[in-house]
Design a protein around this ligand. Structure first.
Ligand SMILES: Cc1cc2nc3c(=O)[nH]c(=O)nc-3n(C[C@H](O)[C@H](O)[C@H](O)COP(=O)(O)OP(=O)(O)OC[C@H]3O[C@@H](n4cnc5c(N)ncnc54)[C@H](O)[C@@H]3O)c2cc1C
Length: 423
């Protein structure tokens, strides 16, 4: 019997397995990334949010809680790289850009100042002179983090965490968990039983559910019980450029934009004219196919299209965004990054699980079951700390971060829209 079974081998789950395996016998249950080169597998309906090479990291964000989680995780990237032998981070820096004086950029500046992040506050004009190949609106304000900021490969981070966990004796079962239940063993002992889709049964003293956006689609939290999260389909466009162009703009940092946009930027972007233009962009990254892609993503189009069922999730992961949305995002990349030649572009899809609080759920369902989900689209950079906090709480009853535990309490629902208290 294991001390802990972590269900979900994604960013939070692999981090949790690593941390718990330092002091206990751990089993990690979760499937690998599907091979997208093959046509969609008709039997596969569970996916993850880590099937990519680029997730932005930086220490100051507009939300001080997410900032704290990031500040705890990011300095540990080097240890993860050394312990696993796998590179995960590219410290290219991060630009956070917004309309001067408005809420987003003011909140970022406040966090950077309060948490003493070594960030520079620049005018749009000054930022443009640092990165002349970027069309940064001159009137905007920019927070530039040059150190401990850039992008990580979520794929490689998961691989690195699992490598370390396995070195510590963790067993990885690459299967989907069908159900979790509490069973009686002997006369009085209650243990947790995880059953996989293939019928395998795994016994553990405790279970941590880290199944991200797919938590509701198996019987993990109890009959008909699901987390109170909304599932947003996120579209991205990856625009291919030549190695030569990638070298030409090699100093390009990651970008988060929240503002009115540049006067010369494309106007054909799916945004309500009353709301700001919001997107994130990653610098050229070499993908496993050997090609360089600049990636842009946003959520403007996802709000009216929330996903509710397993079939909708599968359809979105298998088929991705429509061609028009993909082209609009490619045009936005070309509005911002100047003088690059497009070789090709394509769309990709992902789903984020968003809690009403916009913060992750890191909590106990009961004494033998913990939960670490609700990435809200921000959790990749902070997943090491999220996994660690969940393990400390469930296994050792400790909460050792200077943020109130109540911020992370889980909300469950039975069926759609009906709130219910913890089991
Ligand atoms: C397009 C996009 C861009 C993003 N950009 C950023 C960014 O720039 N910076 C950032 O910090 N974050 C970013 N994020 C968010 C980040 O990727 C997610 O918050 C993060 O992946 C959440 O981690 P997780 O472990 O909760 O879920 P996941 O990474 O999705 O992992 C969940 C795992 O559980 C597995 N699973 C599910 N159900 C079962 C089951 N029944 N049995 C076994 N296993 C199961 C899944 O297969 C998966 O491997 C982005 C997300 C998307 C979609």
């Amino acid at each position: 019997m294991f001390d802990l079974c972590v269900v979900g081998a994604g960013l939070a789950g692999s981090a949790a397995a690593k941390h718990a395996s330092k002091f206990s016998r751990v089993c990690l249950v979760g499937p690998d990334e599907p091979n997208k080169k093959c046509s969609p597998d008709p039997n596969r309906d569970i996916y993850g949010g880590h099937y990519d090479e680029g997730r932005i990291y930086m220490q100051s964000t507009s939300d001080p809680v997410w900032a704290k989680l990031a500040q705890r995780s990011i300095p540990r990237y080097t240890d993860i790289e050394v312990e696993s032998g796998i590179d995960i981070a590219s410290e290219v820096g991060c630009l956070m850009i917004g309309n001067r004086g408005e809420d987003y950029i003011t909140a970022v500046k406040d966090v950077a100042k309060k948490d003493r992040i070594g960030a520079k506050v620049l005018s749009g004009t000054a930022a443009r002179s640092l990165f002349p190949f970027l069309s940064i609106p001159e009137d905007d304000e920019v927070v530039f983090e040059a150190q401990l900021a850039g992008y990580i490969s979520p794929r490689r981070l998961v691989k690195a965490q699992i490598t370390i966990a396995k070195k510590n004796g963790c067993q990885h079962v690459q299967e989907v968990a069908r159900g979790i239940s509490r069973v009686v063993r002997g006369d009085t002992d209650m243990v947790m039983e995880v059953t996989t889709d293939s019928g395998r049964r795994i016994l553990a003293k405790k279970v941590l559910v880290a199944t991200g956006a797919f938590t509701a689609f198996r019987n993990l939290l109890g009959n008909g019980v699901s987390p109170d999260t909304k599932l947003y389909p996120l579209a991205v466009t990856k625009l291919e450029i030549s190695e030569e162009d990638a070298k030409k703009i090699r100093t390009m940092p990651s970008i988060l934009y929240f503002g009115r946009g540049g006067k010369d930027w494309t106007q054909d972007f799916p945004v309500d004219p009353r709301t700001p233009v919001v997107f994130y962009m990653l610098p050229p990254i070499r993908y496993p196919d050997g090609k360089y892609y600049i990636k842009l993503g946003h959520s403007h189009d996802s709000i009216p299209k929330l996903l509710h069922t397993r079939q909708q999730m599968k359809q979105w992961f298998d088929h991705g965004p429509d061609a028009r949305l993909t082209r609009q995002m490619a045009d936005m990349i070309l509005s911002v990054v100047q003088d690059i030649k497009v070789l090709s572009y394509h769309g990709d899809s992902c789903v984020v699980d968003v809690a009403p609080s916009n913060r992750p759920y890191i909590d106990k369902i009961h004494d033998q079951m913990g939960i670490a989900i609700g990435g809200n689209g921000y959790a990749a950079k902070s997943s090491d700390e999220i996994g660690r906090l969940a393990v400390e709480l469930l296994m050792n009853g400790k909460w050792d971060i200077e943020l109130p535990r109540s911020l992370f309490h889980v909300k469950l629902k039975s069926g759609y829209g009906t709130s219910c208290s913890k089991l």
